[in-house]
Write a new protein. Structure first.
Length: 588
């Protein structure tokens, strides 16, 4: 067996053909094993991944083995497609698997690799036995643990109707959905396989996916630009052999659910679904999956619908079998090998105690934030920050200034290429994609998403002509507003509203977007018969200057004092030179 190492996957039609021929030779062919999948990963993640693709050739110089690996900066090796594919494996004929695996492990030892981490390796693959048989001979210590249990639907095991045809679970739910959504139009489905059809739909699917994740308090992997490039490249490559399927459920002209998946040999893969949250109560995602299963039963070439990684509750309603994947680590230092096993055992033990698991998550987050602060600010400033934080747990004094608007017309500015828009889920999704690397902004967007359905609150975004969001702000009734900075509820005139939680992402600060946004919002509130107010911490001098430049008038301040468990809030009298109106008498 002759081994060839490629550090880049070439655009080679012969290799393409031979590679995919090997995919057919494995026990259970997967779309994740194909040349197209590996090439899409390289195109999307080439800047951060260094491919190590091993090709094995027999005596007749025929390709008899392929494994696509990747090398990271720590000299650790993983499957190239580990973060994108539901299954990863060594490709070869079953009888040649031990020799192929042994040869590759030997070559990785010569390259002085420190660690091999093989994720999503099917537990029923012959590769597992080959690794266990041959790794020790090359000086590797092997540890395998369960990674995922992938739910699957065996189409042959589904119940049959009176006519003898198989029936997908959930048909009643689909009929209920169609009845509930009838005023918007008839419910119908389509499945798109060509790139020309998929290309205009892909941005809509991505925005819906990112928005849906924001609603459940998470950041979608599609907020990452490289992941979006990967899906686009994958769609282009897999649409040629008709393996890609972008499914939609529509009510009239409105798309209410999407699914980005694949049909490959005898399996339909459920990969990335999402749906329109406005019809969430009717279970649109559930209904689309039911339809996909039903259509799969009508295709004689298909035997399985694979629901993929993850243990979401809805999958249990459909699954009638499963497939386990393993996470296999190979290391040479014995201490590191033992440490890996110990860490896994401790993690599993912690998971059995929810309160302990929650505490560990909080501590881990605090540790990461502390580590990042040390890296960016240095130890002296980090110690000073920690000291101030500790002092605030014992004693604090916070002063909050309250400002009122009187001028209904925003001052003229050079910012003519921006406009104020109502904040909705779609615009939040666009912002999550634009500011994917800004952790503080992502936290703000998650917080904002939870307010979208709150009664009485209005969100606004200042956007440029191309739709790029540059500033966010919220408005709520003054009366009954809970001010976290004061730990108190405010009371005031019913016609007063409060601008709060204004945010400019770090990369677009310094362009007066904050000033322009609050001016436009205040003008809109006054036009609607409301009296706008805004508050700011007295210590935030930049915010105070911005508010004064925007034409707002400082009326009074509230001061919160706390010493250990004792706390009191007092009001400073208004400036006599700026006599307040009756509506300015807000108090706690």
């Amino acid at each position: 067996m002759r081994l060839v190492l490629l550090k880049e996957i070439p655009d080679d039609s012969k290799l393409h053909q031979q590679w995919n021929a090997l995919v057919k030779s494995v026990d259970r062919p997967q779309v994740f094993y194909t040349y197209e999948w590996a090439l899409a990963v390289q195109r999307a993640y080439g800047a951060t991944l260094c491919p190590l693709v091993f090709l094995a050739y027999d005596d007749q110089e025929s390709l008899c083995g392929v494994v696509a690996l990747a090398l990271d900066l720590d000299r650790s090796v993983s499957f190239l497609c580990a973060t994108t594919g539901d299954y990863c494996d060594f490709l070869s004929l079953p009888e040649q698997r031990p020799a192929f695996v042994s040869t590759v492990l030997g070559e990785l030892r010569k390259l002085e690799i420190k660690k091999i981490a093989l994720a999503n390796l099917p537990a029923d693959s012959s590769t597992i036995a080959a690794i266990r048989q041959t790794s020790h001979g090359h000086g590797w210590l092997c540890f395998a643990r369960t990674a995922y249990v992938c739910a699957q639907v065996s189409l042959e095991r589904l119940e049959r109707g009176r006519d003898g045809n198989r029936i997908a679970p959930g048909q009643k739910r689909v009929r209920r959905f169609a009845k509930a959504i009838a005023p918007e139009g008839a419910v119908h489905f389509d499945h798109n396989r060509s790139w020309d059809a998929v290309a205009p739909m892909l941005p809509q699917f991505i925005r819906a996916h990112v928005g849906r994740f924001l609603e459940i308090g998470r950041i979608s992997n599609l907020a990452n630009a490289r992941r979006r490039i990967f899906l686009e490249e994958l769609a282009k490559l897999l649409s040629q052999p008709q393996w890609l399927v972008l499914s939609r459920m529509l009510a009239g002209e409105r798309v209410v659910a999407w699914h980005y998946g694949f049909q490959f040999y005898d399996t339909w893969f459920w990969y990335q679904p999402t749906f329109d949250s406005r019809v969430e109560k009717h279970w649109p995602g559930f209904c689309l999956l039911t339809q996909v299963i039903q259509e799969a039963t009508e295709n004689p070439a298909l035997t399985t619908l694979d629901l993929g990684l993850g243990s979401e509750a809805y999958k249990a309603k459909f699954a009638n079998e499963s497939r386990e994947t393993l996470y296999v680590t190979l290391q040479s230092p014995r201490l590191k090998h033992w440490a890996t096993q110990l860490r896994y055992r401790v993690t599993e033990a912690v998971k059995t105690h929810p309160s302990m698991e929650k505490l560990v998550r909080v501590l881990r987050k605090e540790f990461r934030e502390l580590r990042d602060r040390v890296r960016t600010q240095g130890l002296p400033q980090t110690f000073a920050w920690a000291g101030r934080r500790l002092l605030r747990t014992i004693w604090l004094r916070d002063e909050v200034l309250f400002f009122e608007w009187r001028n209904a017309e925003p001052a003229p500015m050079d910012l003519k290429n921006v406009q104020l828009c109502a904040l909705d889920l779609s615009r939040l999704a666009v912002a999550a994609m634009k500011y994917e690397g800004d952790e503080a902004t992502l936290e703000y967007l998650l917080r904002s998403t939870q307010r979208l359905r709150a009664e009485g609150m209005q969100g606004f975004v200042l956007a440029t002509d191309d739709g790029s969001p540059v500033h966010f702000a919220w408005v709520a009734p003054f009366n009954g507003f809970f001010c976290a900075e004061l730990n108190a509820t405010l009371h005031g005139s019913p016609d007063c509203v409060l601008l709060f939680d204004c945010w400019t992402p770090a990369e677009v600060r310094g362009h007066s977007y904050y000033k322009r946004a609050i001016e436009l919002i205040a003008a809109r509130m006054i036009a609607n018969g409301k009296q706008p107010w805004i508050f700011s911490a007295a210590s935030n001098t930049a915010s105070v200057r911005g508010l004064e430049k925007a034409g707002s008038v400082r009326r009074y301040s509230l001061v919160r004092n706390r010493l250990l468990g004792w706390e009191r809030t007092t009001a400073n009298q208004p400036n006599p030179d700026t006599a307040p109106g009756a509506e300015a008498s807000a108090h706690i």
